[in-house]
Design a protein around this ligand. Structure first.
Ligand code: NAP
Ligand code: MG
Length: 414
C-alpha cells in the first residue's frame, strides 16, 4: 500500500510512563506503516523537561501556534514525590497548564461511545462534550478565616485612588470569607472557543451558570456569551442548523441526565471540574475520554484525558501484565491526523483518521478489549488482552479497512 503523504507537520509531544509506552506502539504499529509521517517532535518526558529547564514545553506550544495542530501524550506533573523520584532540579509546572496559558485555550472533553460499552445513564445515545473555562473563579481565589466579630468588605481601589466598597458580611462571630475574580477578556475568549467548537462539530451549545443568585458575576458571563453570539456567531449557527442556549446550571444538570446527549456543554471553571468527572464516570471508564484544547485563533491540541497510568507502569516494569487501555491515545492520533488533513485539504489523511477510529471501535465491538472495559461491557464472553496486544489486533483490522477503502491508482496515460 502506498503511504499517505502530509504537507504540513503535525506537532508531536511525547510523554511519560505507561502512556508513553502505548504512545510509541501506537505510532509504530498504527501510523508509520500507513502514513509518511511529517512531525515536529518534542520530547516532553519528565527527564527532558528537567534537562531543558522546561523550555521544551514552551517550544512545543509555540510550534502548535505555528502549525495549528498537535497531539500530546500524558505527562507527569511533578509533586514532591516526583521531584525525588526523578531527581528534578525543581518542581516544574504542569505542562498542560503551561501549554494552555500560551495558547489561551479551552479544553473540550468527550467520551468515546462504543456499542456494548454501556453508559450508566441509559438515555445517552450520543456523547456530551464538556467545555470547562480554565481561568479564574475559585482557582484564583483569596480566602480569609475570620476569628472575631467585625465587618468584611470587598474594596476596589482605582488607579486614581477612588474606592468602591461592597459589604460582604458583618460578622458577629467566627467564620470564613472568599474573594474571586474573572476577566471579560478571558470570558469572551472562552465563549468564542465554545462557539467555534460547536460549529466545528455541528452540535448545539449550552452554557450554564447561576445568574439568578449571582446577579453581577454570573450575569456578566451570561451577557458576554450573548454578545459574542449575537455579534459573531448567530448567522453561522443558523446556517449550520445548530442553536445556542443559556441555561441555569440546575436545569443543565437535569438536562444532561435526561437527554440523549449530542451537544456541547460549556461550564464555568468549578462546574466544569466537577461535571467532567461526573460525565467520565457515568460513561463507564476514565480511559474512554478524549480531550482537545482549542485556542480562540483556531489551534488544536489533542490528547487522552487520563494521566500516565503510573500504577500500571510500575507493574509493567516488574514484568507484570499491563492491560492498559490505549483507546483514548489512539483516538488522539486519529483526531489530530484528521484535523491536519482537514486544514490541509488532504482527503486521504482525513480518511485515514476515520479508518483508524473505525478499526479501533470495531475491535472493541468484536469483543476484544482491555481489562477496564470488561467491567462495564454487555458483550458476552469478552476477550481481555494487554494494551500492546490490543494495538496489534487493531493494526490487522486497519490494514483490511485501508485496503477495502483504497482508491485504485489511476493508470497513467501511455
Ligand atoms: P491516571 O494516569 O489517570 O490513572 C489513574 C487510574 O485510572 C489508573 O491507576 C487506572 O486505574 C485508571 N486508568 C487511567 N487511565 C487508564 C487506562 N488508559 N487504562 C486503564 N486504566 C486507566 O492518574 P494517576 O496515576 O493518578 O497519575 C499519574 C500521572 O499522570 C501523574 O503524575 C499526573 O501528574 C499525570 N497526569 C497527567 C495528565 C495529562 O498529561 N493530561 C492528566 C492526569 C494526570 P486502576 O489502577 O484501578 O487500574
Ligand atoms: Mg475534577
Amino acid at each position: 500500500m502506498k503511504k499517505i503523504t502530509m504537507t504540513t507537520p503535525l506537532v508531536e509531544m511525547d510523554g511519560d510512563e505507561m502512556a508513553a509506552i502505548l504512545w510509541k506502539e501506537t505510532k509504530e504499529k498504527l501510523i508509520l506503516p500507513f502514513v509518511d509521517l511529517n512531525v515536529d517532535y518534542y520530547d516532553l518526558s519528565m527527564w527532558n523537561r528537567d534537562r531543558t529547564e522546561d523550555q521544551v514545553t514552551i517550544d512545543s506550544a509555540m510550534a502548535t501556534k505555528k502549525y495549528g495542530v498537535a497531539v500530546k501524550c500524558a505527562t507527569i506533573t511533578p509533586n514532591l514525590e516526583r521531584v525525588q523520584e526523578y531527581n528534578l532540579k525543581k518542581m516544574w509546572k504542569s505542562p498542560n497548564g503551561t501549554i494552555r496559558a500560551l495558547l489561551d485555550g479551552t479544553v473540550f472533553r468527550a467520551p468515546i461511545l462504543i456499542k456494548g460499552i454501556e453508559p450508566y445513564i441509559k438515555s445517552w445515545k450520543e456523547p456530551i462534550t464538556l467545555a470547562r473555562h480554565a481561568y479564574g473563579d475559585l482557582y484564583r481565589g483569596t480566602e480569609m478565616r475570620i476569628e472575631a466579630p467585625g465587618t468584611c468588605e470587598l474594596v476596589f481601589t482605582a488607579e486614581d485612588g477612588t474606592e468602591t466598597r461592597e459589604l460582604i458580611h458583618r460578622f458577629s462571630g467566627p467564620g470564613v470569607a472568599q474573594g474571586v475574580h474573572n476577566l471579560d477578556k478571558s470570558i469572551r475568549s472562552f465563549a468564542r472557543c465554545c462557539m467555534s467548537y460547536a460549529l466545528d462539530v455541528k452540535q448545539d451549545l449550552v452554557f450554564s451558570a447561576k445568574d439568578t443568585i449571582s446577579k453581577v458575576y454570573d450575569r456578566t458571563f451570561r451577557e458576554i456569551f450573548k454578545e459574542v453570539f449575537m455579534n459573531e456567531f448567530m448567522e453561522a449557527f443558523e446556517h449550520a442548523g445548530i442553536t445556542y442556549t443559556y441555561c441555569l446550571i440546575d436545569d443543565a444538570v437535569s438536562r444532561a441526565v435526561k437527554n440523549p446527549g449530542g451537544y456541547v456543554w460549556a461550564c464555568q471553571n468549578y462546574d466544569g471540574d466537577v461535571m467532567s468527572d461526573m460525565l467520565a464516570t457515568a460513561y463507564g471508564s476514565a480511559a474512554m475520554m478524549t480531550s482537545v484544547l482549542v485556542s480562540p485563533d483556531g489551534c488544536y491540541e489533542y490528547e487522552a484525558a487520563h494521566g500516565t497510568v503510573r500504577r500500571h507502569y510500575y507493574s509493567y516494569l516488574e514484568g507484570g501484565v499491563a492491560s492498559t487501555n490505549p483507546l483514548a491515545i489512539i483516538m488522539a492520533w486519529a483526531n489530530a491526523l484528521s484535523k491536519r488533513g482537514e486544514l490541509d485539504k488532504n482527503q486521504p489523511l482525513m480518511d485515514f483518521g476515520r479508518n483508524l477510529q473505525d478499526a479501533t471501535i470495531q475491535t472493541v465491538e468484536s469483543g476484544i478489549m482491555t481489562k477496564d472495559l470488561k467491567k462495564v461491557t454487555t458483550i458476552p464472553d469478552p476477550h481481555v488482552v494487554t494494551g500492546l496486544r490490543f494495538i496489534e489486533i487493531v493494526q490487522k483490522r486497519l490494514e483490511e479497512i485501508c485496503q477495502q477503502t483504497a482508491i485504485p491508482a489511476v493508470p497513467e496515460d501511455n
